[in-house]
Design a protein around this ligand. Structure first.
Ligand SMILES: *Cc1c(COP(=O)(O)O)cnc(C)c1O
Length: 403
């Protein structure tokens, strides 16, 4: 089977559109992707317009771009535009869906070990407030969510399956589609945290079968910080009550009544980072233009290349799990704390991040890890950058004089 990937020419185009690439090696795309020139330009242009003609007036003149945000995000995940909400970040987007569920005492949430820290603390808050139960499904032999266990964890009281598609602290890609199949058969709500997968791999809500999905602008989509989105399927709108309402999400009818607006916009607020919405729309359209399948295949191939090179370094330990792996590569070097590896790489103008147990309480400690180095690759990264990265790491590993 031929795996469609980006051509050399595509990669050169991607790099030409990424102002940061000339200055450093950015392997921290799971933190923030390096800004895309056209998205950055759109943001700046709108801010300038606001300064020049006024914020309301600028927004009115940008109606097409603001509408374009909804069509772009819908195209990215295969939904309808009115099933998309613009939210200030992925955390609040996820919250707007989660806290919209009317949990009762004794209701159960099923989740996996990859679950994002903020989601899990929200489960704990809901447990304290309403007396819900949290069922954690173990990993299977490959390190992804165990589908058999998931199946048997579902009870008549299960209200929600909450899954993190790609964790922030590992190369794992969870089998979101298989989970969706189980959710569909059981008739249970399914909320997918697609923060690291949006822009990294292709997403299709109809294939995944989730009714709610959250994503961020700042990571693999390479949009502005302080932007995010939420997908809510038409099919579950009447089961969800937005935790907050305002003049955007609801219409004030009279002294006694308000009415929620149609579609996912009932999860939005009126006041927003307008330039950010435009910028995220531009960045998303750009990614779709290259094709998410091709982008995803390249990112996964670069991740595989880095893992295989790391295996060749004595004293390095790889920590990625999963039958299917993406562009996030986690590792440690023997005898060197992750934080030190990060700061030494930084001296060679290489950006990586560190994932700590405090953000992964039900995963990293289970594996005897308190922190790991996280190198997260994007399609604009290159094979040559991986070589330079590994060279820099070797120097660190061998403790020879740096540079
Ligand atoms: C980064 C991240 C989030 C939070 O995204 P924000 O836009 O910063 O709120 C949520 N889930 C996962 C898996 C993440 O990696």
């Amino acid at each position: 089977m031929i795996v469609p990937s980006l051509s050399q020419q595509d990669v050169e185009l991607l790099r030409a559109d990424t102002p940061g690439v000339g200055q450093l090696i950015h392997f921290n795309n799971a933190g923030t992707g390096l800004a895309l020139q056209t998205s950055l330009h759109a943001v700046k242009q709108h801010l300038d317009l606001e300064a020049k003609i006024g914020g309301y007036e600028a927004a009115a003149s940008a109606k097409a771009e603001l509408d374009g945000f909804y069509t772009a995000l819908a195209a990215l995940i295969g939904s309808k535009p009115h099933e998309i909400a613009y939210v200030e970040n992925a955390t609040r987007a996820w919250d707007m869906a989660f806290y919209a569920i009317d949990f009762r005492e004794g209701d159960r949430i099923v989740t996996g070990r990859a679950e994002y820290v903020s989601n899990y603390v929200a489960f704990l808050q809901m447990k304290r407030r309403k007396g819900i139960k949290i069922d954690i499904v173990e990993d299977d032999a490959d390190g992804q969510i165990d589908l058999k266990q998931l199946q048997s964890a579902i009870t008549p009281r299960t209200r929600l399956i909450a899954l993190t598609h790609i964790p922030t602290f590992s190369g794992l890609i969870n089998p979101a589609e298989d989970v969706g199949e189980i959710a569909r058969k059981a008739g249970v709500l399914y909320l997918l945290d697609a923060c690291q997968s949006a822009g990294q791999i292709p997403l299709s809500v109809s294939e995944i079968g989730c009714q709610m999905l959250s994503g961020t602008g700042r990571k693999y989509l390479r949009g502005p910080r302080g932007t995010g989105f939420l997908y809510v399927s038409d099919q579950v709108l009447d089961q969800l009550d937005p935790p907050f309402v305002d003049l955007q999400s609801a219409e004030w009818i009279d002294e006694k009544t308000y009415r929620l607006v149609p579609g996912a916009r009932r999860f939005e607020t009126w006041e927003r980072y307008v330039a950010g919405q435009i910028g995220l729309g531009v960045a998303t359209t750009y990614a779709i233009g290259f094709g998410m399948e091709r982008i995803g295949n390249r990112i996964c191939a670069l991740g595989a290349q880095l893992r295989s090179e790391l295996k060749g370094i004595t004293g390095s330990n790889l920590h990625d799990k999963g039958a299917r792996k993406g562009g996030i590569v986690t590792f440690t070097l023997e005898g060197e704390p992750a934080e030190q590896t990060k700061s030494r790489l930084s001296e060679s103008s290489i950006n990586v991040s560190v994932s700590t147990a405090s953000s992964a309480r039900i995963d990293l400690p289970e594996r005897g890890l308190d922190s790991v180095v996280r190198a997260s690759l994007h399609a604009y990264n290159t094979e040559d950058e991986i070589e330079l990265f590994v060279k820099a790491l070797r120097r660190i590993g061998e403790k020879s004089p740096r540079k």
